[in-house]
Design a protein around this ligand. Structure first.
Ligand code: THU
Length: 163
């Protein structure tokens, strides 16, 4: 038997001002995206801002539904929108901001498993890493330099053969 520890580098910032101007800008855009969250069922708002290589920013927010599973997370709304509108422009980074009407969010909310898989698809497609930035309403801000590190042993097109 062999044993391997799989880890990843997480950068933790105490405040926005410690970050690069580009990261600050994108996190502020994620805060703006929160405002369009449609979350009457959970009252948990998530905003996502995707930065493209050409500098464009595409926003998304969580969109809920009375039939709960029909709703979609902010991250997938944002990356699918970017993919649909600008299919040939690589994604440089995505910032995610979370806020709740019930519990003040004091730590970053990591993207759910389905969103990690959806973001990974674009990272694999464009063959360059996508930076992930995450914040709550207060507390630390996290930065991770690739979605692949948040999804070890991930599944991608290479398993499907010649596709
Ligand atoms: N949500 C997101 O938008 N992104 C995540 O990564 C986690 C959860 C949304 C889905 C739902 O509208 C609400 O947060 C509560 O789960």
């Amino acid at each position: 038997m062999k044993k391997r520890n799989v880890g990843f580098e997480l950068l933790i910032f105490e405040k926005l001002e410690e970050m690069t101007p580009e990261d600050q800008m994108l996190l502020r855009q994620a805060d703006t995206a929160l405002e369009s969250s449609y979350s009457p069922y959970s009252n948990f708002k998530v905003g996502a801002a995707v930065l493209l290589e050409d500098g464009k920013v595409v926003l998304g927010s969580n969109q809920e539904n009375a039939s709960y599973p029909a709703g979609l997370c902010a991250e997938r709304v944002a990356v699918f929108s970017a993919g649909a509108q600008f299919p040939n422009v690589p994604i440089k980074a995505i910032a995610i901001s979370a806020a709740s009407a019930h519990n003040f969010v004091t730590q970053p909310a990591g993207p759910c498993g389905s969103c990690r898989q959806a973001i990974l698809e674009y990272e694999v497609k464009q063959k360059s890493p996508i930076t992930i930035l995450m914040k709550g309403q207060s507390g630390p801000i996290y930065k991770c330099n690739s979605i692949a590190s948040l999804l070890p042993l991930s599944f991608d097109h290479t398993f499907l053969g010649d596709s």
